[in-house]
Design a binder for this molecule. Structure first.
Ligand SMILES: Cc1cc2nc3c(=O)[nH]c(=O)nc-3n(C[C@H](O)[C@H](O)[C@H](O)COP(=O)(O)O)c2cc1C
Length: 161
């Protein structure tokens, strides 16, 4: 079974999450990590199942992910599909909302599951404007990691079934 984890990232946390997920997938198949910020137009024909992951910024997925999904919609709807979103929202309701806004409704309807896997605020990697927004909205004064290890485990367990 060939699995592709196709993700977008701006500051590296979603790449970290994708790697953690890959590490927990069973060894019976082969898992390939594809970073859309490096490989912007990957071909997915050879994969048996696809995992898509994007962080949410201001309630939206990264452009590289929405562009990839629009371009490959038919192919994505023809394969087993799993979704995850990253972000720093705290409540279950808001996390569910971010997950919904990260991917088109057709992808959600087709997917076997969708998970919110948390994220991190890396103040030292942010632009001045990002730091300003994050400090104002979340009142964060230092970098903080809130990757949801348990949710990654649950997603991996679901994929390993
Ligand atoms: C300017 C800015 C806006 C953000 N907006 C949201 C948001 O709307 N919802 C959310 O859950 N997280 C939000 N976040 C948190 C990011 O999704 C989080 O930092 C994520 O882990 C970043 O992933 P990356 O390092 O892969 O780019 C925001 C972060 C920044 C810097």
């Amino acid at each position: 079974m060939k699995t592709a984890i196709i993700f977008a990232t701006k500051h590296g946390t979603t790449a970290q999450i994708a790697q953690m997920l890959a590490d927990q997938l069973g060894s019976s198949g082969q898992t390939t990590l594809i970073n859309l910020c490096i490989d912007t137009d990957p071909s997915i024909g050879e994969y048996d199942r696809i995992i898509l992951g994007t962080p949410v910024y201001a309630g939206k997925p990264l452009k590289s992910m929405s562009r990839f999904c629009s371009k490959n919609l038919a192919a994505l709807l023809s394969k087993p599909l799993y979704l995850f979103a990253g972000g720093m929202e705290v409540t279950n309701e808001r996390q569910a909302g971010e997950l919904l806004s990260a991917f088109a409704p057709e992808l959600h309807s087709h997917a076997s599951g969708a998970w919110f896997l948390g994220g991190a605020f890396n103040l030292e990697k942010m632009s001045f404007m990002e730091r300003f927004i994050v400090k104002r909205i979340s009142k964060t004064t230092q970098s903080v990691t809130a990757i949801k290890q348990r949710a990654i485990r649950q997603m991996a367990d679901n994929l390993n079934k």
